[in-house]
Structures are given as structure tokens and as C-alpha cells.
Design a protein around this ligand. Sequence first.
Ligand SMILES: C[S@@+](CC[C@H](N)C(=O)[O-])C[C@H]1O[C@@H](n2cnc3c(N)ncnc32)[C@H](O)[C@@H]1O
Length: 301
Amino acid sequence: MPVTPPVPPTPPTPFDGSAGILADRRIAQHWTQRWDRQQEEFLPEREALFDALIDVVQESAGRPDPVVVDLGCGPGSIGARLLRRLPEATVVSVDADPVLIALGRGAYGDVRGLRFVAADLRRSGWVDRLGLDRPADAVVSSTALHWLDPSVLTSVYTAAAGLLRPGGVLVNCDELERDQEAAPTLARLDRALLTREKDRRLGAGHGEDWYEWWERILAEPALATAVAERERQGFDGEHHSDLSAGAEVHRTALRDAGFAEVGTLWRRGEVQLLCAVTASPDGPTVPERPHTHNNAPAPRP
Ligand SMILES: C[S@@+](CC[C@H](N)C(=O)[O-])C[C@H]1O[C@@H](n2cnc3c(N)ncnc32)[C@H](O)[C@@H]1O
């Protein structure tokens, strides 16, 4: 009896986000502003952190037109800010969530140099979709990479190292826990610094939180196509793993990925700006700046 070969499952249509763009720019901007407010509730000094992150990109790139990749970009908050400071830069902003990509394209679609790519960092093809025409000067990220399982995290950091030029930087701002076993008191103090800061800042009452924002945006009629795509993909905005919450997991993954230098440039409790640098045969590519311990203006090199 002839055997009918099994019909292979139809692969899901790749999503490029083009159909779901929130066409009304004012509505898109309204929602991105609300996004920024709810993100600030989690991340004290978010704007100052982004300023510092952009300082690192600017200082290490040494050119006015760096190529920057933003991993887990959300609606593009970093890209929009970076291009305000460095209008000649190119920022390729990557995210898996169709709603956030649609929102970012709606709000910032006219920002020259900013491009959104809909891709899931857990799938190996994301690097090919970036369309870079030269090695990146910086790979940046904010509060996104702790969503990934540690094995995926190492692959993502390895891919990022491969995207970067020698002496290029990876800069990740995130809330990352200190090793509880090695330093239990410091780990508690790290957490307490954030809790106390949030209690002071939000003592008068919380604004819209993550869950409220999501509940409301998923009901936004202007985003119905992107919301349907999100449901089709089963992307639910939940962390894929809770095993990448520790700072040491990230440092280890960065070292395993081959970065030559790994360290924290800024921190407040658990919130930190973690930076890793790819090896450069010519030594440090960042110019040395003089120390200034008083108010005297520093001579510029
Ligand atoms: C807390 S949000 C931060 C967004 C943005 N970086 C910011 O600071 O506004 C985390 C982001 O990571 C994205 N993300 C999570 N898992 C991802 C994955 N596997 N691939 C791509 N993006 C992912 C989410 O969709 C979300 O936009």
C-alpha cells in the first residue's frame, strides 16, 4: 500500500511589522511617552542612564557616525535619544514584540538613521536581518537581556561580539542582582537602595505600571493588526527565564563570548551599566582623559 508522506507543517510567515505600523504619529507618540513613564518606575534615573550609555558610545566610537545595534529595543527609546545627540549615527533597533515594533515605527519612523528590525533573539537568524554594511561600533541594550535564558544570553553576546569592530563596546543597562552567596549583605543593600529610592520617589503614588500599560495598549484600535500578530506568535511579554537576573551570569556570558574587558561603569544598587569591550590589536581605542578632582576646567585632549 502506498504510504502518503506526512505534510510538513507550514512555517509561520515571518513578521516584518510593516502591516502593523501605528499610522497616526500622535497616537504613537502618546503611547511611547506613556511607555517611558512606566519604564521610569522600574529604572531610577533612566534618562541619566541613557545619557551615560550614549556617552560611552560617543567616547568609544571616536567618530560622529557610529553604527549601533539596540537589542530588545522596545519602542526605540534609546535609538531616538542617541540620534538626537549623534544625528549622523545609524541605529538598528531589534525587538521580537510586534506591538512595540509597530509603536516605535509609528512614533520614530521619520527619524533619519533609525531602523527597526522585528526579530527574536532566541532564533539564530536575527543577525542576518540587521543589514549592517560595516561592523558595529556599539551594541546597546536596556532592561531586556535578563529576559533570556543563560544559554541564549551567551549566544546573543557571542553574536554581538561578532558584530562589533575591534575595540567596539557592548553596553547594557539593567537591574541585575549581586551574587547572594558571595556577598549576602551587599546583595540586600543593593536591593534596599532601589526600594528606598522608589519609596521616596513614588511615595505620593504610582503612575501607570507595566501591566496597566499593556492591558490598555492591547485594546488600542489603531494597533489591532500588530496586536493580532502578537497573539498569533504567542509573544506574551513574560520573561523567557528567570535565570539571567544575576549580574554574574552576564559577566560570565560576556567573558565566554570572548569580550576582552568586562566591567560596570555606573551603578546604583542593582541598576547598573555593564560594559564589555572587544579585543583590539592596537590597544585601547578610547582617548585618555585627565583626572579632575576639583572645579578647574579639564584641559581637553
Ligand atoms: C522591559 S522592555 C525594555 C525595552 C527597551 N529596551 C527600553 O528600555 O525601553 C524589554 C524588551 O525586551 C524585548 N525582548 C524580550 N525578549 C526578546 C527576544 N527574545 N527577542 C527580542 N526582543 C526581546 C521585549 O519585547 C521588550 O521590548
